[in-house]
Write a protein of this length. Sequence first.
Length: 765
Amino acid sequence: MSKERIFIKVEGIVQGVGFRPFVYNLAISLNLNGWVNNNSEGVYIDIEGDTDKVVSFMRNLEQNPPPLSRIENITSSSLPMCNYSAFTIKESEKSQNSITLISPDIATCDDCTKDILDPNNRRYKYPFTNCTNCGPRFSIIKSIPYDRDKTTMKDFIMCSECEDEYTNPLDRRFHAQPNACSECGPKVWLEDNKGMEISSAIDPIAFAQKLLTEGKILAIKGLCGFHLVCNGKNDRAVSLLRERKLRPHKPFAVMMKDIAAASKYCMINSLEEDLLTGIRKPIVLLNQKAEYNLPESIAPNQKTLGVMLPYTPLHQLLFNEDIEVLIMTSANIYGLPLEYDNKSARENLSSLVDFFLMHNRDIYIPVDDSVVKVVDNELRMIRRARGYAPEPFRVNLNNKILACGPNMKNTFSISKENLLFVSQHNGDLENIETYNHYKRNIEHFKDIFLFSPDYVACDLHPNYTSTHYAEEYGVKTISVQHHHAHIASCLVENHLDKKVIGIAYDGTGFGTDNKIWGGEFLICDLKSFTRAAHLDYVKIPGGEKAIEEPWRMGTSYLYSAFEKLGASNNEYLNDTLVKLYGSEASALIKILDKNINCVETSSMGRLFDAVSSMLNIRRKVTYEGQASIELEAVIERDCEEYYNYSISHNRDKDLYNIEVYTTILDILKDLNNNISVSTISSKFHNTVIHFTLEMCKILREKTRINDIVLSGGVFQNSYLLEKTIRILKSYDFTVYSHNQIPSNDGGISVGQLAITNELINCKCK
């Protein structure tokens, strides 16, 4: 029988996911000899034996890899026979300038869950139980290759039993780098908000349960950072947490005991259940049931609830027969990064909580919880972080680029060897703490992916912190327009390389005319864009203050509507505004008249703010997007009516203006006629959907382009997204939208990078 020796290189997410024991066991079962090891490029395999067995080995390698692995590429080459005497697992090695793909942090697997719930198992109730199929990965890695001594587990010396598991290729915990038990691994303890440890004789998790049932607020250190936690059924505790955190309205996420508990309060379809119970366990935005009876203070003025299930043993052990729902919100002072270090948490959170549930497994890189929802039966990423980052996208990007992202909902992206890595959510770059967190994350990506950029991409906005970072980096910098980047991110995700009609609806983006864009129709590809249409400009009275006080945009839109349509005189306008907004509106009319501190905007987000304020839903906001989110929450879904609007064409600029001044006055009429807020909200949303359709029909007739791309934060509105997609498809448009990359500013860095790559390639031709 013929024999063969081949050398195999496997690239992808193949480290820390049980790949080497899988290879070892497969080789042993087929009576093949050789070796396997981790390398900075992935996994190397040198194998020899009967040719038919080698062929079977390759087939199984390709078709049945470990569940957490993601093979990007397999290459093989024949070598002369070496006559190995056995199959072995060799030490890891490191190569220069090659990429090792790193698994995200993964939720506890079913086998480990059984271990912690089994009184006869040595890991019974051990809160750091994991194996090669689950547990911490990205958040504990300091450098590559992914071995224990290069993680925050380095100082925990395994006991003999854990060492036996770790070194046995037949064991589920073979080379599970965080492998540990109560004898040798990390410990958990409880302390009060003065830093005094509760008696070590007390079971800290059991005592934490008792405190939660009593209405106490805890800071609990989890997998990738701290959470602020209280009993979700205790309205007093939830309200107290809001008061302490200075977070009056923004919805809290909850962790439910299990899928049965979640089903009591929310409607859950099959895809949502898969997301809740899968290996990533993000926060999933679910629709509340009619009989929903949790405290209103969890998600004020909402009909949805952000729900996740326990994703670590520690979380699972917090629940008992008395605890079914826990508030589980990121632990940070408003505007500051997620707390992940014990010392810093004590310093910054002691005024917010009554107790700390701590542990001594260090988190090297903090990662927020991911947030997703299902719209039109498809996953829609809202915040890409734990469970997803830093898993890459394979795309045709041949340059080494760092894209710095925007200021809000920041992510950055890097590209190397046709792989695109998007960072975890970094937050808003509004203070030095978040900026330092951002810079540290960039340096970490550079280290673990052996990356040094030849080019840096940034937003066109000259005052963004991320733009300043790019300009000071020291390599060639390319600025990218914000809304072009939005559309490009969707082009990349959908692997599109052609001209499209891109619709970017968001709150703020710096335009090429130095005005604030946000309601844009672009004819574009990755190379360039032409602005084809936009919402007509209105003034933003007071600049940034108008974002915090939507009534200012309501005043501006009414002012413009009266001015454009000659609806009445200034006295009537003043009376109308005072009736809606009080005496402050009179002063704002003078500011608008004299054009004091009034930049112009075409922002769709600001239009939503204006309407929300007119309906007295939200005149001042306490979190980003609140006015729009609460406007969506009151929709009457069976309403099909919409308001009048107009579209004009500036022939000199070949630019269409969408004018909603009749819409605004019709809303005012409905208010005066006591039409319900639900109906008005529905009619307004339907109006946006209808003028979007009409504008697309005009542009299709003009350009012969039938492909529509939807992006921007306003498309996080489920009603708007679903109805827009459906009506466009009904008119035979091909519609592309986001799934894995956020439509909000969390996807901007992806678009920046793709556009920059294209521009570099064009200049090189």
